[in-house]
Design a protein around this ligand. Structure first.
Ligand code: PMP
Length: 394
């Protein structure tokens, strides 16, 4: 049997990490993998997470199964965090999933059951797992224009033109905030125009929100998700807790499906539980319990929000420092987009050759499409990167 297997292409980011590790230079800089790192290069366990874990360890009296949807308290806490009071709770079905990836997978499987012919539209570019899972599931997909490699901002006219091609019942995947891999995001007003087109076409929005709190703040980063939630009968939302709670390996996420009314919600909830049952029965609980403990305890929540704010402001300061340094070196404002982008990533708009040159000459490791992880920088490595960008002629 196993002789029938064919080799899978190596994951580009993992290959990059291996090359970085093997590089003997001491001044090398890793801007590859999408994990938050502090100024010393560590990915810390957040204080509130440590404390919540301590409490769970002391108080938990059973490890019996939760429910197919996970602990309902987790669903409720995440609903409040992501959606606020934009939509009545009775319209929201939710399941805990293994990370945001699990939520995306379950959302796509739900689409496959409910609308097998629908085309799922992805931004070009998008997080590579989106097309990869879609392809694996054998679903129809299409791309809409997103990034302008000259301005390094959203190519909004191109995006609208492509979205006008969406057919009734198609699903349009949008990043809730902090677009990965570009860092370029729509404004609230631009999203209003997108919403108008999607409503006119009868499309269903599917929001992937994996960086809430990494851009402009917890509520500001949820604005677009809530704007969309208010505007449609049906919306799918895959939310990840990996980054904003720093619980990457605990595999913590939620899929929410907004239904038209309470009856449709009940039917959807049942189908989501069914999908969990088919794929892994009960979703992982530890990370979800940590998140619920934090979100429902005022003291822990305040501490978590404070640490998340420090994290967010640290990334913004690095963006500003890099933009300033590039302004100084080039005597131009053409790199100001770095300070305008939001989230952990920015796409620099360098060619693969320039990316290669920055690696060889300066020991700077970034993904081939010139996406940098801003959190991989610190005050000392920013000038090294700025010099490399200029030397490579980006
Ligand atoms: N969506 C996007 C856009 C992401 O960047 C990520 C993380 N790399 C995820 C979803 C899911 O992350 P996880 O499964 O680790 O929660």
């Amino acid at each position: 049997m196993l002789e029938n297997l064919t080799a899978r292409p190596a994951d580009k980011i993992l290959a990059l990490m291996a090359a970085y590790k093997a590089d003997p230079r001491t001044e090398k800089v890793d801007l590859g993998v999408g994990v938050y790192k502090d100024a010393s290069g560590n990915t810390p366990v957040m204080r509130a997470v440590k404390e919540a874990e301590r409490r769970i360890l002391a108080d938990q009296s059973t490890k019996a199964y939760t429910g197919l949807a996970g602990d309902p308290a987790f669903g409720a806490a995440m609903r409040d965090l992501v959606l606020g009071d934009s939509v009545p709770a009775e319209r929201i079905a939710a399941i805990a999933t293994p990370g945001g990836t699990g939520a995306i997978r379950q959302a796509l499987e739900l689409i496959r059951i409910a609308a097998p012919q629908a085309t799922v539209w992805l931004s070009n570019p998008t997080w590579p797992n989106h097309p990869s899972i879609l392809k694996y599931l054998g679903m129809n997909m299409a791309e809409y224009t997103y990034f302008d490699s000259v301005t390094r901002d959203v190519n909004f006219d191109g995006m609208l033109a492509d979205l006008r091609q969406v057919a009734k019942g198609d699903v349009v995947l949008l990043h809730g905030c902090c677009h990965n891999p570009t860092g370029a995001n729509l404004t609230y007003d631009q999203m209003s125009q997108v919403i108008e087109i999607l409503q006119e076409k009868g499309a269903v929005p599917f929001i992937d929100i994996a960086y809430q709190g990494f851009g402009d703040g917890l509520d500001a980063d949820a604005l677009i998700t809530r704007q969309i939630a208010r505007a449609f009968d049906n919306v799918l939302i895959a939310a990840s807790c990996s980054k904003n709670f720093g619980v990457y390996r605990e595999r913590t996420g939620v899929l929410m499906a907004i239904a038209k009314d309470a009856d449709q919600q009940a039917l959807t909830q049942q189908n989501l539980a069914f999908l969990n049952r088919q794929n892994y029965s009960f979703p992982p609980d530890h990370g979800a319990r940590v998140v619920t403990t934090i979100l429902t305890d005022p003291g822990l929540r305040a501490d978590w929000e404070a640490e998340l704010e420090e994290t967010r402001n640290g990334m913004l300061a690095l963006r500003q420092q890099l933009a300033d340094e590039l302004k100084r070196l080039t005597n131009s404002d053409r790199f100001d987009f770095i300070a305008q982008h939001r989230g952990m990533f920015s796409r620099l708009g360098a060619t693969p050759e320039q990316v290669e040159e920055m690696r060889e000459t300066h020991g700077i490791y970034m993904v081939g499409d010139s996406r940098i992880n801003v959190a991989g920088l610190n005050a000392d490595s920013v000038p090294i990167l700025a010099r490399a960008i200029v030397d490579a002629g980006v």
